[in-house]
Design a protein around this ligand. Structure first.
Ligand code: NAP
Length: 283
C-alpha cells in the first residue's frame, strides 16, 4: 500500500480563500479583523514564525500589527502592552510568540490576554472550554490536524486514535478534540513503556514529539491515518517530522508530509480563529 497524501498546503489554500471571503464581508460592515503579534527577543526561529504569521494575515486581508521588543523587556511592561491591546477595538486576536525570555513568566503573560482575543487558544479559559465542550478558541495546531481529518471525510466515531506527546499546546488538546469526535483515545508520552504495541492498534496516529523516526513502518497498522506534527532537522539540515515518512507511507492509508502538512495548517487556523474573534465582536 502507498498512503494517500493529506496536503496541508492545498487545504490551507482552500481555507484561506474562505477566510478572505469572510473577512471582506466583515469589512463591508466596517470591521477589519485584526491580529497583534508580540515578539520579545531575537530568537531566529521565532522571527521566521512571526513573519510568516503577519504575511499570512496580509495575504488574507486581515489587519496585523507586529510589535517587536528587546529581550530585556520587563514582564510588567509586556503585561501593560497586552492590557492596552485587550482594550483596543481594532485588535481581535493577540498572539505572544513563545518562547519568552527566562525572566518572563509565560503562563502569566498568556493568562493576561483576554480570552475573547486568545486566538492561540493557550489561555486556561480556552483549555477549559475545550475540556467541557463549550465555545472557545482551539489551539491552532491540533485544530489544523482535525481539519485535515475532516478534509478526507474520516469518521472518528469508534476509532482508536493514539496521540504521541502530551504538551499543553499540541498533545493534550489534540486528545480532547479526538475524544469530542467520539474516538477512543490513548495518549502516549516519554514514560510509555511499549509505544509500538499501542500504535500498532491505532486507526489514527498523531505524532507530536519533536524527535525524528519516533514512528516507523513496523509501528503502524496497515491503512491507518498518520498525522505528523513534529518539526525536526535531518542530517542534511532539511525539515522533517517525527515520522519515518518513506517507510510509513508504504503501510499507512493516509499520511501528512513534512514540510507541507501540519505546518501551514497551524497558521491557517490562526487566521480562522482571528476571523472568528472579529465575527463574534460583530455579533
Ligand atoms: P513538547 O512540549 O516538547 O512535548 C513533546 C512530547 O513528546 C512530551 O509530552 C514528551 O513526553 C513526548 N515524548 C518525548 N519523547 C518521547 C518518546 N520517545 N516517546 C513518546 N513520547 C515522547 O513539544 P510540543 O510543543 O508538543 O511539540 C512537539 C513537536 O511538534 C515539536 O517537533 C514541535 O516543533 C512540533 N510543532 C509543530 C507545529 C507545527 O505547526 N507543525 C506546532 C507546534 C509544535 P513527556 O511529557 O513525558 O516529556
Amino acid at each position: 500500500m502507498t498512503a494517500q497524501l493529506i496536503d496541508g498546503n492545498a487545504l490551507s489554500k482552500q481555507l484561506r480563500g474562505e477566510v478572505t471571503r469572510r473577512a471582506s464581508a466583515l469589512k463591508a460592515r466596517g470591521i477589519t479583523p485584526g491580529l497583534a503579534v508580540i515578539l520579545v527577543g531575537d530568537n531566529p526561529a521565532s522571527q521566521i514564525y512571526v513573519r510568516n504569521k503577519v504575511k499570512a494575515c496580509e495575504d488574507s486581508g486581515l489587519h496585523s500589527v507586529l510589535e517587536k521588543y528587546d529581550a530585556a523587556l520587563s514582564e510588567d511592561d509586556l503585561l501593560g502592552r497586552i492590557a492596552a491591546l485587550n482594550r483596543d477595538p481594532a485588535i481581535h486576536g493577540i498572539l505572544v510568540q513563545l518562547p519568552l525570555p527566562g525572566h518572563i513568566d509565560a503562563q502569566k503573560v498568556i493568562e493576561s490576554i483576554s480570552p475573547d482575543k486568545d486566538v492561540d487558544g493557550f489561555h486556561v479559559a480556552s483549555a477549559g472550554a475545550l475540556l467541557v465542550g463549550r465555545p472557545g478558541f482551539w489551539p491552532c495546531t491540533p485544530y489544523g490536524c482535525m481539519k485535515m481529518l475532516e478534509s478526507i471525510g474520516y469518521d472518528l466515531k469508534g476509532r482508536h486514535a493514539v496521540v504521541i506527546g502530551r504538551s499543553n499546546i499540541v498533545g493534550k488538546p489534540m486528545a480532547l478534540m479526538l475524544l469530542q469526535k467520539n474516538a477512543t483515545v490513548t495518549v502516549c508520552h516519554s514514560a510509555t513503556p511499549d509505544l509500538s504495541a499501542i500504535t500498532r492498534q491505532a486507526d489514527v496516529v498523531v505524532a507530536a514529539v519533536g524527535k525524528r523516526n519516533v514512528l516507523t513502518a513496523d509501528m503502524v497498522k496497515p491503512g491507518a491515518v498518520v498525522i505528523d506534527v513534529g518539526m525536526n532537522r535531518n542530517d542534511q539540515g532539511k525539515l522533517c517530522g517525527d515520522v519515518d515518512f518513506d517507510g510509513v507511507r508504504q503501510v499507512a492509508g493516509w499520511i501528512t508530509p513534512v514540510p507541507g502538512g501540519v505546518g501551514p495548517m497551524t497558521i491557517t487556523m490562526l487566521l480562522v480563529n482571528t476571523l472568528e474573534a472579529a465575527e463574534r465582536t460583530a455579533g
